[in-house]
Design a binder for this molecule. Structure first.
Ligand code: DLL
Length: 433
């Protein structure tokens, strides 16, 4: 039986959602016009005033915000309330390396925690659960967001943060943790460490995991589910829009419901900036219609994905976003071919490897090089070079098939690629100066 945290909103009819969005959008545009001179100038430059925005149909008239705007307006230029109403900041280096700072009022934090609570309940959580929050705490939003959400659900919350894997496993066992929240790469690492300790899925009480903050494939979901004996749910978000909980998976495990009472999603062509029709793949753009201290209108996420309004078996009506398949700015262009790290990961997992790899891109004699370093699993580890070469050749063929270009594959010893307790570092692009 599906449970909901806020059923009247999460299962509202499309008309009800649109009515909420229309009302909040108008108010938010006026709020930004009155309080954020940086964005007001952008609107004036485009010849748009708040009167031009009456319904969500008018959204396309508003200018976009991008990471460049955040950089230009750093640190306070996009703050939407007086400083005495700001109670917290969070910050991220972002996938592209630039540090940004986002502001929260108490109301913003309440809404954000509601979103995370919805995600926990959608993963089967209730006040009877012990929820171990193993995302990093501090400037990163993962720990704080899910910790707040877990409190709202009434779970017994374990704010353990990331790292110290043996202690993580000890707490899971001793406190009987039933839900874990962390990055998918850290969940995979926990699974590996458990195996080394001689523990299998039946030795831990976990039933669900809420994993996000980085791209992960369906194959990785299967592998984590098997190793930990859980159901693995995806959660999406970004610091600019508050953090985790912008969208989350339900029991259907087939895409993430976007919290449409707080965020309006659009898909655009990243090159022409044109809004694309429903179902098309493109860059996700969000308008936050509630957040007041850091109000983002038409924020370009750079995440590439697709939206679907197909009826969901869970009963929730909010639009679903597919797993982001990469970022428009993370997409590697190698010898003219677009390559997403997630495609490489899919091939590795299909060949029985775990998601411990590093993609190294370089340029020799004006030609791009693509090197993929992959850890052998302990079972396949051998110093028989004929055997290793055979495995390498298999992967080269699999990658050629998937990407259409040739990659050099180097198999390395188990555990030789540095582990991250937060987001994994998958790509090293040495072409950038
Ligand atoms: O990663 C917030 C978060 C924390 C989400 C914990 C989920 C769980 P940032 O550090 O600002 O915020 O990074 C945001 O991470 O634009 C995506 O590119 C990527 N990302 C986040 N969630 C997912 C996901 C947090 N489920 C950036 N799948 C976003 C793929 C994700 N990519």
């Amino acid at each position: 039986m599906e449970r909901y945290f806020q059923k009247e909103i999460e299962c509202a009819s499309r008309d009800e959602i649109i009515a909420i969005q229309n009302k909040k959008l108008k108010e938010q545009v006026q709020h930004v016009w009155d309080n954020v001179p940086y964005y007001r100038k952008k609107m004036e430059k485009k010849g748009v005033t708040p009167e031009d925005i009456q319904t969500i149909e008018d959204l396309h008239k508003l200018p976009f915000l991008s990471k460049k705007d955040l950089r230009d307006a750093y640190p306070y230029g996009l703050m939407g309330v007086p400083k005495d109403q700001v109670v917290r900041i969070h910050s991220t280096s972002g996938t592209t390396g630039m540090r940004l700072v986002a502001f929260f009022s108490q109301g913003d934090i309440d809404l954000w925690e509601d979103c995370c609570a919805r995600a926990i309940v959608a993963a089967g959580g209730s006040k009877d659960d012990v929820c171990q929050v193993s995302y990093g705490f501090g400037l990163f939003t993962g720990g704080a967001g899910l910790n707040g959400g877990s409190h709202k659900v009434g779970c017994m919350t374990v704010p353990i943060s990331s790292g110290n894997t043996e202690r993580q496993i000890m707490f899971i066992q001793d406190l009987q943790a039933s839900i874990i929240c962390c990055t998918p790469s850290y969940a995979a690492y926990l699974g590996e460490s458990m195996k080394e300790m001689g523990l299998g899925p039946d030795d831990i009480p976990l039933k669900a995991g809420i994993f996000g903050a980085e791209a992960w494939s369906e194959e990785m979901r299967q592998s984590i589910q098997e190793t930990l004996g859980i159901k693995a749910y995806d959660i999406y978000g970004l610091t600019e829009l508050s953090g985790p909980g912008v969208a989350f998976e339900c029991s259907a495990q087939s895409g993430m419901h976007i919290n449409e009472d707080h965020f309006i999603a659009e898909i655009i062509d990243p090159d022409t900036e044109e809004v694309l029709p429903e179902g098309a793949t493109g860059e996700l753009v969000f308008t936050a219609i509630d957040k007041k201290a850091f109000p983002m209108l038409r924020y370009r996420t750079r995440d590439i994905c697709r939206l679907s309004r197909e009826k969901c078996s869970c009963g929730r009506t909010h639009v679903k976003m597919a797993k982001p398949m990469g970022r428009s700015d993370d997409m590697l262009i190698i010898r003219g071919v677009n390559v997403f790290p997630s495609q490489i990961e899919t091939v590795l997992l299909e060949h029985g490897y775990q998601a411990n790899y590093q993609i190294i891109v370089g340029r020799v004699n004006n030609t791009d090089t693509l090197d993929v370093h992959v850890e052998m699993t302990p079972e396949m580890f051998t110093d028989d070079m004929t055997e290793v070469t055979k495995h390498q050749n298999d992967l080269v063929a699999g990658l050629k098939n998937m990407l259409g270009i040739k990659a050099k594959v180097t198999l390395v010893a188990p555990k030789s690629i540095t582990r991250s307790e937060g987001k994994a570092v998958r790509v090293i692009d040495n072409r950038k100066i």
